[in-house]
Design a protein around this ligand. Sequence first.
Ligand code: PLP
Length: 282
Amino acid sequence: RTVYVNGDYLPEEEAKVSIFDRGFLMADGVYEVTSVLGGKLIDFAGHARRLARSLNELDMKAPLTEDELLEIHRELVARNELVDGMIYLQVTRGAADRDFAFPVDAEPTVVLFTQSKPGLADNPVAKTGIKVISIPDIRWGRRDIKTVQLLYPSMGKMMAKKAGADDAWLVEDGKVTEGTSNNAYIVKGGKIITRQLGNEILHGITRAAVLRCAREAQMEVEERAFTIEEAQAADEAFITSASAFVMPVVEIDGATLGDGKPGRVAARLREIYLDEMRKAAV
Ligand code: PLP
C-alpha cells in the first residue's frame, strides 16, 4: 500500500512518525474517514469542512487547503487502485518535547492511508440489521471535535461484542447520545428522531446528508434526545456513519424492535442516501 506522510507518498513500511508526536503521546490530533465508492470520494467537502472546524476548535492551523487535501485523497485512490473502501486522514499537533502546554513551533503531522473494502455499499448486514447494547457515556465533553482519543468507544465496542451484540449506544443523563462510532436514530409513526447537535455528539457528515435526504423525500424529522426505553418501543432504529452509511438496528439491550427485521424507513433512507452520494461523488 502507498500511504501519505507529510508531503511524501511512500510504501507503508517506510512511513515513519516521531515517538515525540503529540498524537502518539497525548491523543492531540484529529481525523476524518471518507468513504470511496467506485473510485470516487463520498461527501469529501463535508469531511474537509469538519476537519477545518476540529482543527480550529483545538487552535491548530490547517496544514493544507481543501484543494490540496482533495488532490492527496485522489492521488491515494489512484496509486492504490482503490475501488471501494475508505481513506483515513489524521492531523496531529506534531512532535515536540513532552509538555502539557501546546508547543509554539511544532509542525503538524499529516498522515493518510487507504483501506480497501470490496463491496462496501453491498454490506449484507444492511439486510439483517445489527444489535446494540447501552452503556454509560463517560467520554469527555467535547465530542463535537473528532479527536483520535478513541479508547472508550473502543472499549464500548468490546463490551458489545462480549455481550453478543454488534455495537453500543452511549447514554448520558438518561438519554442516548450516539453510537461508539456512529449517530443514533429511531423511527416512530413514520417520524425520524435523532439527537440535536451540540457538544455531546459528533456532528456526523452522514447525519447531515441523511437528514437532508429525508426532508427532501418529505419524511418528518425531529431533532431531540430519546431514551433507551423509547428506542425499544420504536418501530425501527438505525445508525449512520461514513463507512456504515445507513445501517438498521434490530435489537436494543435484548429487546427486539418490531418483527426483528430492518425497517422500511431505514432501508429507503439507505437507498436514497447512497444514490444521492454516488451522484455527487468526486
Ligand atoms: N459519532 C461518532 C462518535 C463517530 O466516531 C462517528 C464516525 O466516526 C460518527 C458519529 C459518524 O460521523 P460521520 O457520519 O461523519 O462518519
